[in-house]
Design a protein around this ligand. Structure first.
Ligand code: RB5
Length: 142
């Protein structure tokens, strides 16, 4: 699977942890590449472009809390970004929401928890049917 990842400075350390932990995947690293201050909407936009152009099937975004970059990503057409906070939420983000971007807080979450959320999401399947109907409704308001 082709994966993309991006963060602002607040998410940089966790981004690097994720890349190291999941070194078996083919990653498109969209930055940022240091802890120098940057603006998270720029990285949400880079991710949206990578997903829409099919350079990646799934994206991971990280900022300090995961909140700002979620807000920015969910304004982008075609992006279903889920800020994950538990294994159950991670599973449901796939089964019900078919999220195409996972979001984490680099200053608020422990790497081991984040890895368990990513694993739960990856192991799940989209359930379709009524959930697809709901996603279609989101698309009509985009
Ligand atoms: C950057 O200082 C911080 O505001 C950002 O990483 C994020 O937490 C915003 O929601």
């Amino acid at each position: 699977m082709k994966l993309a990842i991006a963060s602002d400075h607040g998410g940089f350390a966790l981004k690097q942890d994720i890349l190291q932990h999941y070194a078996q995947y083919q990653w498109l690293d969209l930055g940022t590449y240091s802890e120098e201050s940057v603006d998270y909407p720029d990285y949400a936009q880079k991710m949206a472009d990578a997903i829409r152009s099919k350079q990646a099937e799934l994206g991971i975004l990280v900022c300090g809390t995961g909140i700002g970059i979620s807000i920015a990503a969910n304004r982008c057409k075609g992006i279903r970004a889920a800020l994950l906070y538990s294994v159950e939420a991670a599973r449901l983000a796939k089964e019900h929401n078919n999220a195409n971007v996972l979001v984490f807080g680099g200053r608020t979450m422990k790497p081991a928890d984040v890895f368990s959320f990513i694993d739960a999401f990856m192991a799940a399947e989209f359930a379709g049917e009524r959930h697809q109907r709901r996603l279609d409704k989101i698309e009509t308001v985009e």
